[in-house]
Design a protein around this ligand. Structure first.
Ligand code: NAP
Length: 245
């Protein structure tokens, strides 16, 4: 069966490193992005398998439907979904957080992952005539740590991703679909610029037991393993990639 992967938020950071490893492993890939078309297109130039870049906001249902439809048309039926697109926001205490910020955080991090998984299940599940597949969600160590004084809203959105991972894994386990998540710690990507504290990666990442922040490729390797047949008896798992935090 052809290996077809959709990576949401695949143009930069952890998603882009995942695309590089997946292409080297033979996957055809749909790299979704929301704004940075140049990054997605430049990534595609370095990939050796058949790959497409599709713009779309995962929090919008019509965009999600289009991302999957374009993948069906150009690459065939998806076999792996990596629910990677996610955002943080400025460091704030809970009593400062606006309703608009909360809505955006949960719409992108939670609803987006949910909608993409829904479309993947429709195509992968043996119940719907599919041949199975794997879904890898991207959580965060924040789900366990709570991120006080930083972004408790982000932490809570990743907590939702973990419950979603466990529940969906049980729901579709008998239909040929494995569902797992990675739980990265502090990883050196541009996402930290949004917190308003550029020293964040070195400061917090340096405090991990391994004494350094992680690199995006180190998370990508875990995602690729969970997606692969090497992980054939692993479902409903949350794999820490935190340097020991
Ligand atoms: P990043 O470098 O900021 O990349 C984020 C990617 O998500 C970009 O490609 C961006 O698209 C895309 N994106 C953002 N909003 C989107 C939307 N509404 N629809 C579709 N795509 C969207 O972030 P990253 O560090 O690689 O993070 C990837 C995932 O890892 C996130 O879920 C994040 O929460 C999680 N994570 C990261 C860390 C860390 O320390 N870096 C730790 C734990 C968990 P554009 O390129 O078009 O802007």
């Amino acid at each position: 069966m052809a290996k077809v992967m959709i990576i949401t938020g695949g143009g930069r950071g952890i998603g882009a490193e995942t695309a590089k490893l997946a292409s080297a492993a033979g996957y055809a890939i749909c790299v979704n992005y929301v704004r940075d078309r140049a990054a997605a297109e430049s990534l595609l130039k370095g990939l050796t398998t058949k790959c497409i870049a599709v713009a779309g906001d995962v929090s919008k249902e019509e965009d999600v439907l289009r991302i999957f439809a374009e993948t069906d048309r150009a690459l065939g039926r998806v076999t792996v979904l990596v629910n990677n697109a996610g955002i943080v926001d400025r460091s704030q205490r809970v009593e400062q957080i606006s309703a608009a910020r909360l809505e955006r955080m949960f719409a992108i991090n939670v609803t987006g992952s949910f909608l993409c998984a829904r479309e993947a299940v429709k195509r992968m599940s043996t119940r719907h005539g599919g041949a199975g597949g794997a879904i890898v969600n991207v959580s965060s160590a924040a789900a366990k740590l709570g991120s006080p004084n930083d972004y408790v809203d982000y932490a809570a959105s990743k907590g939702a991703i973990e419950s979603f991972t466990v529940g969906l894994a049980k729901e579709v386990g008998g239909e040929g679909i494995r569902v797992n998540a990675v739980r990265p710690g502090v990883i050196r990507t541009d996402i930290h610029l949004a917190s308003g504290d550029p020293s964040r990666v070195g400061r917090i990442g340096g405090a991990s037991p391994l004494g350094r922040p992680g690199e995006a490729v180190e998370v990508a390797r875990a995602i690729l393993w969970l997606a692969s047949d090497e992980a054939s008896y692993t479902t409903g798992s949350i794999l820490d990639v935190t340097g020991g935090r």
